[in-house]
Design a protein around this ligand. Sequence first.
Ligand SMILES: Cc1cc2nc3c(=O)[nH]c(=O)nc-3n(C[C@H](O)[C@H](O)[C@H](O)COP(=O)(O)OP(=O)(O)OC[C@H]3O[C@@H](n4cnc5c(N)ncnc54)[C@H](O)[C@@H]3O)c2cc1C
Length: 486
Amino acid sequence: MTLKPRLDAAAAAANMAEIEPAYSDQQAKVEADRCLYCFDAPCIMACPTGIDIPGFIKKIANGNNTGAGRTILSANILGASCARVCPTSVLCEGACVLLDRDQKPIKIGRLQRYATDHVYRKGVNGLNPSVPPSGKKVALIGGGPSSLGCAAELVRLGHEAVIFEKKPEAGGLNTYGIAYYKMPPQVSLEEVALVKSLGVEFRCGVEVGKDIAMDEILKEFDAVFVGIGLGHTHMLGVPGEELPEVVEALAFIEEFHTRPLHEVEVGRHVVVIGCGNTAIDAVTQAKRLGADTATIIYRRDEGDMPAYAYEYDIAKTDGCDFIFRAAPVKILGDGAVSGIRLVRTRPNGKGGVGPQPGTEFDVPCDMVIKALGQQKQGELLESLFPGIKLAANGKIDVDETTRQTSVDRVYAGGDAVNGGREVVNAVAEGKKAARGIHQALSGEAVEGPVQPTRIGVTGKPMGSGFNNPVRVPELERAYASGQKGS
Ligand SMILES: Cc1cc2nc3c(=O)[nH]c(=O)nc-3n(C[C@H](O)[C@H](O)[C@H](O)COP(=O)(O)OP(=O)(O)OC[C@H]3O[C@@H](n4cnc5c(N)ncnc54)[C@H](O)[C@@H]3O)c2cc1C
């Protein structure tokens, strides 16, 4: 096995530190003052969770940072992580009217981070439980962003919400999958703590379908939200894939979140297959953890890559390499990976690409990371909900407005429904489902923000996550005791 830790603790921590530093008070004020506070703000429409962006920026400009944080968290309970991980250039910032004036858009993501960091440092909590309890109970399967968004909205509407999560900690990919340099997992864990403080119950380490039967849940609860995300990475389907240094991108990235960074093993010459955002996260993190070379292999052209342009820029800045128009044929090695055989590709006349016989070439490497996209969870869904209507591609079919599935009392959102988008889409879909569930349980439709006052400031700092530490003892403990999920 040629994989090993390559950096000491200080170097690993420095390389993985958040790439976007926090704004100082003065920087935030100067940036907030540039905002035009548009009446019909296109940035609000571009935000799937509909945050009142000009409203919170105005509050920052006036020095009311707590109010700004409250505005954000009322619309998006995961506002702190979305501030760090949202592809803002294609969402709110991409819609900023300043772009029409050939000026730089307002740095909405960084201002959002400034405001949410402020309230987390002060200690946020779910206060003012002014809504009378409905007596209704909703179970949420999976503890990722979609379920957190749904559960927060449900308790604000007066319902009980219980999250079942198979991993030791909730947060889903926000806790276990986001690139470390975009957001350390502590931020996600503190958001989970905020959702808990609103009154949501978490049953972690419980896999639905294995540790508890769906029938039991359906008997106990009035409605169910399914937020199970996606499954394992697609297989390459080439000889040599079983070698020990061939790993799934998600498993590799999860290591950063469950072990001290300087103990994570990486190859000296790493090859990543695929060119989506997950592939970029894997290749940059391999490089930042000390790989001499880290190379993306993609079967199409540079212009076809699904990764966002800013993600591609990060990888290029980090010194990662790219081989376009090539596909794997075989992973080479006798007991351990020693290289990968590739073949050049060309258009196949049907909109795809195919191999060009006779163009094979070898690239030496000692680690191969598969990042070909995650599989849908069709099999699991059919076993949990026999007869559930799935689209041909395995995604759950839901009503666009209520998010109800074809199964009575069962709703769904997030990656399992949209096939894999962003954290903010998952939160928005969870919120929408909560309103669909509320309408079904109470007969009342909900318009506009729900109970914005239910975010209070306690004066007790939440934890250490917003000081950007690089160790996560709770996740490391769970890993060390073998409770890591799959
Ligand atoms: C590597 C990677 C990097 C990403 N980077 C970004 C980014 O930078 N910015 C961004 O906005 N988005 C990013 N995304 C996308 C984002 O993470 C997802 O869209 C979002 O997490 C989806 O939320 P979810 O709740 O639908 O699913 P998930 O986050 O996948 O959560 C699903 C949860 O359900 C649990 N679960 C599954 N089955 C069961 C069961 N049977 N019983 C109990 N629990 C179960 C899982 O353990 C998991 O915790 C990234 C995705 C990946 C894979």
